[in-house]
Design a protein around this ligand. Structure first.
Ligand SMILES: [Fe+2]
Length: 264
């Protein structure tokens, strides 16, 4: 056993799971890529204390896809925490994971849980029927209260939509996250926020938001190519599955690793 105590959180996103046997874009077997990602998490040493998955759990939000997702995540031996993304259905997500009582039954799926020494605060950034995200006053007030309640703890915020301009125009163009400025103002008031974790982009991107490090995780399967051209559709490519691991040593700095399954 290690002489040091770490709290470690694995971060996956944008799984886009479909019915069993169905592929995305008729060729990307998102279930097979997720299986590899789950194996990667289980093979990490030390094994993460928990996993957070920042939305787009399924491609079209059907019950069958959530049932398939539950099967694919079943080998995880640590708690996993799900957020809704722009492709998800809050109601079907709750039906698919009835034991996840923290998903609640309100208009949004947002909750705060302990992961070792960390406080993980999951914020619902979805706008039903739209690709872009939003944080209304109700969600921001809830977040403000949660942050006020754990000012002495290291905090990780998680939400599907990145709260910053990504310079990938197919993501930025419909609209940046509405409420991002208010979110940033809240983050500035809480320097104990160690990371702001998002997805949506299918790429690993890092920046600062309100003085905190904000990161998007790569997706297990299809990646969006970095492309700032206003006039082109999204360019997709398939890379080896990758995920982030955020490790907090108790004192000192949190370190974030990008882990890929590519092997020689
Ligand atoms: Fe996605």
């Amino acid at each position: 056993m290690s002489a040091f105590h770490f709290t470690s959180l694995a971060h996956l996103t944008d799984l886009h799971i479909r019915h069993p046997g169905e592929t995305a874009y008729r060729r990307v077997d998102t279930a097979a890529y997720l299986r590899k990602s789950v194996d990667m998490v289980q093979g990490l040493a030390p094994r993460p204390d928990a996993v957070v998955i920042t939305g787009n759990l399924t491609d079209f939000g059907q019950d069958e896809a959530y049932a398939h997702l539950a099967e694919l995540l079943a080998p995880l031996t640590m708690p996993f925490y799900l957020l809704p993304g722009s492709h998800d259905s809050r109601e079907a997500m709750r039906r698919g994971f009835p034991a996840h009582t923290h998903l609640g039954d309100g208009p949004f799926i947002q909750y705060a849980v302990d992961v070792g020494e960390l406080r993980l605060i999951a914020v619902d950034s979805c706008t039903p029927g739209e690709s872009h995200g939003s944080l209304c006053q109700r969600r921001l007030r809830w977040l403000s209260d949660e942050l006020d309640a754990c000012e002495d703890r290291p905090v990780i915020l998680a939400l599907h939509h990145p709260p910053f301009q990504t310079y990938v125009n197919v993501v930025d163009k419909p609209s940046l996250l509405q409420g991002a400025e208010e979110l940033e103002a809240l983050v500035e008031l809480h320097p104990n926020i160690q990371r702001i974790l998002s997805g949506h982009l299918h790429q690993a991107v890092t920046t600062l938001v309100g003085g905190a490090i904000a990161m998007t995780a790569p997706a297990p399967a299809q990646s969006m190519r970095l492309d700032s051209d206003d006039n082109r559709l999204a360019q997709w490519e398939v890379k080896p599955p990758a995920l982030l691991v955020h490790t907090f040593p108790g004192t000192g700095r949190m370190v974030s690793h990008t882990v890929s399954s590519a092997r020689l």
